[in-house]
Design a protein around this ligand. Structure first.
Ligand SMILES: Cc1cc2nc3c(=O)[nH]c(=O)nc-3n(C[C@H](O)[C@H](O)[C@H](O)COP(=O)(O)OP(=O)(O)OC[C@H]3O[C@@H](n4cnc5c(N)ncnc54)[C@H](O)[C@@H]3O)c2cc1C
Length: 478
């Protein structure tokens, strides 16, 4: 039987395994850590005994391959769909953003844009004008400028940049507007907002990422015959007998495979190749130097709920998004109580996410916590009464690769000059920024390439949401 090794149990590796499972192949997945999920993972919170996500992950309606992966592996019903985005302006006033179902894209966003309270009429007109420009394939002197330069070129008012473009794009791209490229910003804005009425729905897991990937997806894969080896970091990949590739892991050295999918982060890939293989893939050495961007999450356990909203977007503050995760939320009693053992029962858990948190480097953790708490108290009156029971601040310094101008051309394809070695990972060439969608796309593309190589071609990648006819008429290619 043809055997396939998948190295890396993040979403790229898991989706490659899911796409190949049940096709008569012998599949072995090697993961260095003790849990699956990679960057989309959870940790065991010792105090509560619950799995808490390192950082809340959300998907959007435009993530067609990620949603296909969730359906395929039976986890699609573990998400809440938020059709309305709740924005809180700097003065604390709330504006709900809900795409119209009656207007064709891209005009479906206009009624909500008009209703935003923290933007002036001239901000809104400028934003609408720039949105149209984004659709009509913007022409610029530089082939792919930095987004902030393009916004200035479009004469966007400062307030429109700070209260709209920055708010929407920084979390979607994981990068600041003075670093991200126009092409990546256009990609997420077009596909994530303008192209289709369902594109900007937010999908938030109802359970931890650990439950999704390390438990549910792992079980699904095992039931389909995939062998999962945890705590099995691959040390090297080298040429074996015939055209096969040989893997060395601490537990098994010399296992040979017909095909290998390397699905590790961009800094690691080159390290794993024997020099004789590495020299055939110079683009992996280049990928190891891709710049990265950090994401910070601040976790709070309060003695009572501070808001009933499942999420909120805070405008003009350090805190960008706040999430209330239903399964970590006290539903039975509105207030936490102290048990006879002194343990606090039913605390109310919230997580605040700060993407592209470059400016937090070197700042004292307490100071960041206090500023985030002040944000919450300014926006949610109940937070002023609530007592903070405990907190946690986690920064992932290399959360995502930084989508700078010119980087897309350096991203390697999933096929390599070594015919039976394939690459997967959010950093490989998918056209998407570093997202779960990008990771799953790369996994599907790598699986597709394995099948191609075996002479069993099949299309596994799912099409994007179709761009509305008005969007295409305005110039956006399908
Ligand atoms: C804080 C944070 C917040 C994010 N928020 C979102 C979000 O809201 N929405 C979204 O879509 N995306 C988000 N992302 C991005 C998303 O997590 C990633 O794009 C995606 O998970 C990448 O998956 P991957 O499989 O390509 O890589 P990874 O998840 O990095 O997986 C690679 C795996 O390879 C393993 N590995 C490494 N070396 C070896 C070895 N030698 N042998 C075996 N295994 C090895 C690693 O342990 C890891 O499990 C976020 C990322 C972070 C860090």
């Amino acid at each position: 039987m043809t055997n396939v090794a998948i190295i890396g149990g993040g979403l790229a590796g898991l989706s490659a395994a899911a796409a190949l499972a049940g096709r008569g192949l012998e599949i072995e997945l090697f993961e260095a850590k003790r849990r699956l999920g990679g960057r989309a993972g959870s940790y065991l919170d010792r105090e509560s005994g619950e799995l808490v996500d390192h950082c809340q992950h959300v998907a959007m309606g435009c993530c067609t391959n990620y949603l296909d992966f969730c359906r395929r592996t039976g986890i699609a019903d573990l998400f809440e769909r938020h059709d309305t985005l709740h924005f809180f302006g700097p003065d604390g006033r709330r504006s709900d953003f809900r795409p119209s179902r009656w207007l064709p894209p891209p005009f479906h966003l206009l009624p909500s844009l008009v209703r935003i309270k923290h933007l002036t009429l001239s901000d809104k007109l400028a934003i609408a004008r720039a949105m149209l420009r984004l659709i009509c394939r913007p022409t610029t002197k530089r082939s792919d400028p930095i987004m902030i330069d393009w916004l200035h070129h479009q004469r966007q008012p400062r307030q429109a940049i700070e209260r709209f473009w920055q708010v929407v794009l920084v979390s979607a791209l994981g990068e600041s507007l003075d670093r991200a490229s126009l092409s990546s910003a256009r990609k997420v804005f077009l596909d994530g907002f303008l192209a289709h009425v369902d594109a900007c729905h937010v999908l938030v897991p109802k359970v931890s990422l650990g439950e999704l990937y390390d438990v549910r997806v792992a079980k699904w894969l095992c039931e389909r015959g995939v062998s999962i080896h945890l705590e099995s970091p691959t040390r090297t990949i080298a040429t074996g007998s015939g055209a096969r590739l040989v893997l060395n892991t601490p537990r098994s050295s010399g296992a040979e495979f017909d095909h290998v999918i390397l699905a590790v982060p961009w800094r690691k890939a080159v390290e794993l190749l024997h020099p004789a293989l590495g020299e055939q893939l110079p683009q992996l050495a280049a990928a190891a130097d891709f710049p990265s961007a950090p994401i910070t999450s601040v976790h709070f356990w309060f003695d009572r709920p501070i808001t009933e909203l499942p999420h909120a977007v805070l405008v003009g503050r350090l805190s960008q998004w706040i999430f209330r995760r239903a399964d970590l939320q006290s539903v039975s009693s509105p207030q936490s109580v102290q048990s006879p053992t002194g343990r606090i029962e039913n605390p109310s858990y919230y997580q605040v996410v700060i993407s592209a948190s470059h400016d937090l480097a070197g700042r004292p953790r307490d100071g960041v916590r206090d500023e985030v708490l002040a944000d919450l108290r300014a926006v949610f009156p109940a937070a002023r009464e609530a007592s903070l029971l405990r907190w946690q601040l986690i920064t992932e310094p290399e959360a995502v690769f930084s989508c700078r101008p010119g980087l897309d051309e350096q991203r390697p394809a999933q096929t390599t000059p070594i015919p039976n070695l394939f690459l997967a990972g959010d950093w490989t060439r998918t056209g998407w920024p570093a997202t779960m969608e990008g990771a799953v796309r790369s996994g599907y593309l790598a699986a597709q390439a394995v099948l191609d190589r075996m002479g069993r071609p099949e299309k596994l990648v799912v099409a994007d949401l179709s761009r509305g006819s008005m969007v295409r008429l305005l110039g956006a290619e399908q």
